[in-house]
Design a protein around this ligand. Structure first.
Ligand code: SAH
Length: 218
């Protein structure tokens, strides 16, 4: 992440993005407030400065992407976050989604399998403000057993199946938001864990994510 300015122009573009997200059906005011507070252009290469607030995904390094703002808003809204929730994110990528979660005041644990991307988290710009955000290098399929159980699990890569370890690391009553791969696209699912350990699945819109891969890279 590079250091840069958050100008009035950037702030204005961000406000317009919030209008776009509202038009597309995002209603959670806490989510919109967090997105309005986080300068997305800080998480992109400076070449994208002018277009950082378009509702589009962009390439970051290692062939990965920063999720589209609508996708970030949609997944975050589905999580139904409560103050002090413990949230596990799989796929740190650009750190943008993690920053939005941290801005909402929940405790965030985020895992990345690409060493190069993980190394960049050491320069996280809001380190002093977001003391509730912790970065890990590892395989998301394994989760973080040491820090489990979690109230919420958010997967930000296309999962070929529902990872059993991550269901095991959910608290009873906890929720997982996961884009489950169906070949051409991914179906967004919200899985709620019952007190008896069983699960309830709700299906939402289709999205397009980079794949959730096994093992660490680097
Ligand atoms: N949340 C990110 C989205 C990045 S794209 C953002 O806001 O920018 C998905 C990320 O998931 C990629 O960085 C990819 O390397 C990572 N990823 C894929 N499989 C993974 C796994 N098994 N464990 C951890 N991270 C994984």
């Amino acid at each position: 992440m590079r250091k840069c300015e958050d100008t009035y122009r950037h702030k204005g573009l961000r406000k317009k993005l919030i209008d776009v997200l509202r038009e597309k059906g995002i209603t959670d005011e806490q989510v919109l407030k967090a997105i309005n507070s986080i300068p997305r252009h800080f998480f992109l290469d400076s070449a994208f400065d002018e277009i950082a607030y378009e509702d589009r995904a962009f390439p970051i390094s290692e062939g990965q992407t920063i999720s589209q703002p609508y996708t970030v808003a949609y997944q975050t809204q589905l999580l139904q976050l409560k103050p002090f929730d413990k949230v596990l994110e799989i796929g740190t990528g650009s750190m943008y989604q993690a920053a939005v979660l941290a801005e909402m005041g929940v405790k965030v644990f985020t895992i990345e399998r690409q060493k190069v991307l993980f190394e960049k988290t050491k320069q996280y710009l809001f380190k002093c403000k977001h003391t509730n955000l912790k970065f890990f290098y590892g395989d998301g399929y394994a989760g973080l057993p040491t820090f489990a159980p979690f109230d919420k699990v958010l997967i930000t890569a296309a999962a070929p199946f529902i990872p059993p370890n991550l269901i095991a690391q959910l608290k009873p009553g906890g929720k997982m938001v996961i884009p489950l791969d169906e070949g051409k696209h991914q179906r967004m699912l919200r899985i709620t864990k019952n007190t008896d350990g069983g699960t309830i699945e709700e299906a939402f819109e289709n999205f397009s994510f980079v794949p959730m891969l096994a093992g660490r890279n680097g």
